[in-house]
Write a protein that binds this ligand. Structure first.
Ligand code: ATR
Length: 286
């Protein structure tokens, strides 16, 4: 017998927001689990953020996803910050009830689940290069370190920013920082993650191609309906595999859904249901 649950209110807030796939993804999760939920995208500017969150709670809202540019600012409006969000200094999920608002961050676990479960890439003992040192890097560093890679190097256009970001993480593993122009041609990486904003701002690639070997797996945190520039660049430079961040988007959504409703959706069919072409999500070297 299908259990009838009243339609709890959820949503995603950001500025801009029209591009968001979250309503479609959460609708598919709810259908799959037989839940009745209402999930909408809300355009919320910086100066509306506080009042929106409190109004949403007053109207019975149970959970929000937070996207750019509010991931750090929204920290101010939560009562409890879960450790993952604290480490990332950013939140992408609010769990709301009458008494409190809890902030969490599922971005990192989204990436890990995509790499480990969907692409069968173990991270233990791997040599990882992260390009970029902005908010996206902050969100993924701690979960990656917990997987016990051999080392992680954060290389950023502005070297000083990479050093500030890595200095926040105390780790037993080797975590280093440098400028992109200081990368060593002798150093080899198993996994390269593009966490820069070049995909969003449509800039050309100026990373040195020597970081890629024939065994390197490249992962772009950005996503698009076509293979991204970083994916094409990776394969042109003979990477084994180049993946874009659709899986991470779906996995972080599933982790948020689970925080809200204590049920983990099955993510395996969602890409197809969103009509995302598998051949543009992943490129393999021929
Ligand atoms: P996000 O929160 O999405 O990470 P961000 O905080 O603005 O966005 O960070 C953008 C990242 O992309 C930064 O690491 C930035 O490098 P700088 O710190 O030197 O600005 C990086 N970035 C942006 N454009 C780039 C480019 N053309 N080449 C290399 N890195 C670039």
């Amino acid at each position: 017998m299908v259990q009838l649950i009243s339609a709890d209110q959820y949503g995603v807030i950001g500025d801009p927001i029209s591009h968001s796939q979250s309503p479609s993804i959460h609708k598919l999760f709810a259908q799959q689990l037989g839940h009745s939920i209402d999930y909408k995208a809300y355009h919320v500017s910086e100066n509306q953020l506080e009042s929106f969150i409190y109004e949403f709670r007053k109207k019975g809202g149970r959970g929000l996803n937070i996207t750019l540019p509010h991931k750090t600012t929204a920290l101010k409006y939560v009562d409890i910050i879960n450790p993952r969000a604290k480490e990332a200094d950013a939140i992408n999920t609010l769990i709301i009830d009458e008494e409190k608002i809890i902030g969490d961050n599922t971005d990192g676990i989204g990436l890990i689940n995509d790499l480990e479960i969907n692409f069968n890439q173990s991270l233990k003992n791997k040599r990882i290069l992260i390009l970029g040192a902005g908010g996206a890097t902050l969100g993924i560093l701690s979960p990656l370190l917990k997987r016990e890679p051999k080392n992680i190097l954060v290389a950023n256009r502005t070297a000083s920013k990479a050093k500030i970001v890595t200095s926040k993480f105390k780790s037993n593993f080797s975590l280093d920082a440098c400028g992109i122009n200081e990368l060593d041609p002798e150093q080899i990486f198993d996994i390269i993650i593009n966490a820069t904003s070049i995909g969003i701002t449509k800039q050309s690639i100026n990373f040195p191609s020597f970081v890629i070997t024939e065994n390197t797996v490249c992962y772009d945190l950005s996503y698009s309906y076509e293979p991204t520039l970083f994916m094409r660049w990776s394969i042109e430079n003979k990477a084994k595999l180049a993946i874009q961040g659709w899986g991470m988007l779906i996995e972080q959504a599933a982790a948020s859904y689970c925080l809200w409703r204590d049920k983990k959706p099955n993510t395996s069919s969602i890409l197809k249901q969103l009509n995302i072409n598998a051949s543009s999500q992943v490129l393999r070297r021929l």
